[in-house]
Design a protein around this ligand. Structure first.
Ligand code: SAH
Length: 223
């Protein structure tokens, strides 16, 4: 059996049965996009966490991944992904904050082209290793500050997902979003964090608040 096949499978607390219980929980909480549910049942979240935490990988909670960062809660990953897909399957998506690469892998199972940036070099390298092991060939990862956008000027994406809480949206990200595209991001107003959706139209941008959330902050510079 190939390494990637082995990694997709699991046993005991990482088995398909355990994962299916998580999927039922996501459904109970209102996740109804069949593709998102199918992909989240298949992508092995336990591969993205420390071995000592693998038995908790299919609980619906965020878990530590080192460097003061976390792997996002499955419900939030599902909700954000579902929001990116309300108008069908777009071609490209840019993720800010690869972390260990779990959300990246979910996106790569759906979008033809996935781009993701991470400011912490060790996590960037880890995410890169995981994508290679799982044989995702449609992902481009960069060790760079997401506040600067994708490091090719004038590049544009159909969707953008920010997976760290920001106090304002970096201007370059709105520029790198196609007209008709949307961006999903946690916004921190200094008191609470709210998951927001921004739509870019020919008239400008409009935003919509979704739910209260809790993310690690979007920082600046490299580490
Ligand atoms: N998408 C990840 C979430 C990881 S947590 C998942 O699937 O679990 C958020 C990540 O954003 C952290 O790894 C953090 O280092 C990263 N981050 C924070 N500020 C950033 C910035 N300015 N540019 C790139 N990555 C950033």
């Amino acid at each position: 059996m190939s390494l990637s096949n082995k990694l997709f499978q699991g046993i005991g607390m990482t088995s398909q049965r355990t994962r299916d219980r998580l999927i039922q929980r996501l459904k109970d909480q209102g996740i109804d996009n069949e593709l998102v549910l199918e992909v989240m049942a298949r992508v092995p979240r336990h591969v993205f966490v420390d071995e000592a935490l693998a038995h908790r990988a299919y609980e619906d909670t965020a878990l530590p991944i080192g460097y003061g960062q976390t792997i996002s809660q499955p419900y939030i990953v599902a909700l954000m992904t579902q929001q990116l897909l309300v108008d069908g399957i777009p071609n490209s998506v840019l993720e800010i904050g690869s972390g260990c690469g779990y959300q990246t892998a979910v996106l790569a199972s759906i979008f033809p082209q996935v781009y993701s940036v991470e400011r912490i070099e060790a996590l960037h390298k880890l995410a890169k290793k995981r994508q290679a092991e799982l044989e995702f060939y449609n992902v481009q990862l960069r060790h760079t500050d997401g506040n600067l956008g994708w490091p090719i000027p004038n590049y544009q994406f159909d969707r953008i997902i920010i997976t760290a809480a920001c106090t304002e949206i970096p201007e370059v990200l709105t520029q790198q979003l196609v007209e008709g595209g949307s961006m999903i991001y946690p916004f921190d107003d200094g008191r609470d964090q709210t998951l927001m959706k921004l739509n870019k139209t020919s008239q400008g941008v409009d935003t919509e608040a979704l739910i209260k959330v809790s993310f690690v902050p979007l920082l600046t510079g490299l580490a």
